[in-house]
Design a protein around this ligand. Structure first.
Ligand SMILES: Nc1ncnc2c1ncn2[C@@H]1O[C@H](COP(=O)(O)OP(=O)(O)OP(=O)(O)O)[C@@H](O)[C@H]1O
Ligand SMILES: [Mg+2]
Length: 360
């Protein structure tokens, strides 16, 4: 006689399903919840560590197959849910940011490689996958996020807190909301540090899985302030494929290391050209630089984003490509890179916590 179907036999069967990033089975990770057996029908939830999980469908199908193979099972009903873990350990004495589970910085070794474009589209891609996302324009000197998101909104207030603007379902704070378009902002180091602190202490971020921080080009003073103010889950480093840009990125990775900001991975932007007319692809700046560099630096490669005119147009008109052309290969490339970045945050949440950089 076939063994009776119990929640335990279902859990035992599900042990064959492994999370490929965390290298453990989904049962011992505690992902399987609420197993309910009604006659030949088995229902359960799989709670992942991010809604932007790149292998979500694969895991669901493996789980379905494993349970469907049990004797007596006629129907398997799986609900995929997610609860984003923080990569910050409160036990490590680091003050977490109220309302924010994970801060992700987007930086580069040099200007103009597409940091803001990547930051904005990553934020929208994560939101599209069902995550709660905010974007903080860390470019105090030349805030571009409001233009790229097409948001001029003034910030609101609630008691003594600043309430972020919201666009495309993403919470947004930028210095651009507080200064006139044309006024040059000159910040001395301590003032800059104060502003960065305020962006965290005085802003009411509302229940965010990920807060993306768009870093300015240059010497890293904002990155330094950031690392002294909040625990940063990691940095996404944007590069272009040319050798010189890759060398600059190497310096950026080293700088973040010194600031205790782990590099979540490399995104190669303007990687290849997609003709918006005929769809043909060609490598303008050479091929594979970002991937080789990631390998050498032993950091993950998160993906490559094509040069595609509508990406630039989307930035200029305030409708980023992920929203403007969600099914385009370029938007899909951003979603794939966002999923890889989210996977790295999940991995980091199982690692030992990162210390805060001391204020000297
Ligand atoms: N993949 C892409 N395809 C087409 N245009 C792009 C792409 N990535 C970025 N751009 C365009 O390149 C320009 C520079 O991009 P962006 O402002 O994002 O760079 P940045 O690194 O943030 O610059 P800065 O260092 O000044 O902050 C923008 O006009 C943007 O629209
Ligand atoms: Mg920028």
């Amino acid at each position: 006689m076939a063994p009776t179907l119990t929640p335990q036999t279902v859990l035992d069967a599900l042990k064959v399903v492994r999370d490929p990033d965390l290298h453990r089975d989904i049962v011992s990770l505690g992902f399987v919840k609420d197993v309910v057996i009604s006659g030949p029908r088995v229902a359960f939830k799989i709670q992942l560590t991010t809604p932007a999980c790149p292998v979500k469908d694969q895991m669901r199908e493996q789980a379905r197959a494993a349970v469907a193979a049990l004797p007596g099972v006629a129907d398997v009903d799986i609900e995929m849910t997610a609860s984003v873990r923080t990569a910050v350990d409160p036990a490590a004495g680091r003050a977490p940011v109220p309302g924010v589970r994970n801060v992700i910085a987007v930086g580069a070794g040099k200007g103009g490689v597409g940091k803001t474009t990547v930051a904005v589209n990553l934020a929208l891609a994560l939101a599209r996958c069902g995550s709660r996302v905010g974007i903080l324009d860390g470019d105090i000197y030349g805030p571009n996020v409001p233009i790229m998101l097409g948001v001029q909104a003034q910030l609101g207030s609630e008691g003594d807190k600043i309430v972020p603007a919201e666009k495309f379902g993403v919470q947004v704070v930028s210095m651009g909301f507080l200064t006139d378009d044309d006024s040059a902002v000159i910040w001395r180091g301590p003032m800059l540090h104060g502003v960065i602190q305020q962006f965290f202490r005085d802003v009411r971020w509302n229940d965010l899985d990920y807060l993306i921080v768009d870093l300015p080009p240059g010497t890293g003073d904002v990155a330094l302030s950031l690392s002294q103010t909040v625990p940063v889950a990691g940095a996404v480093v944007v590069t272009t494929p040319q050798a010189v840009s890759v060398a600059d990125s190497r310096r950026a990775v080293r700088m973040y290391e010194k600031l205790n900001i782990p590099t979540l991975g490399i995104i190669e932007n303007m990687s290849y050209f997609v003709c918006s007319g005929c769809g043909r692809e060609s490598d303008i700046f050479g091929k594979g630089g970002g991937e080789r560099f990631a390998e050498q630096a032993a950091v993950p490669f998160l993906g490559r984003i094509p040069i595609y005119e509508p990406i630039r147009v989307g930035g200029d008109t305030g409708t980023p490509i992920v929203v403007a052309e969600p099914e385009s290969p370029a938007a899909r490339a951003f979603v794939a890179a966002a999923e890889q970045a989210a996977a790295q945050v999940s991995i980091a949440s199982y690692r030992k916590p990162i210390p805060l950089t001391p204020v000297l």
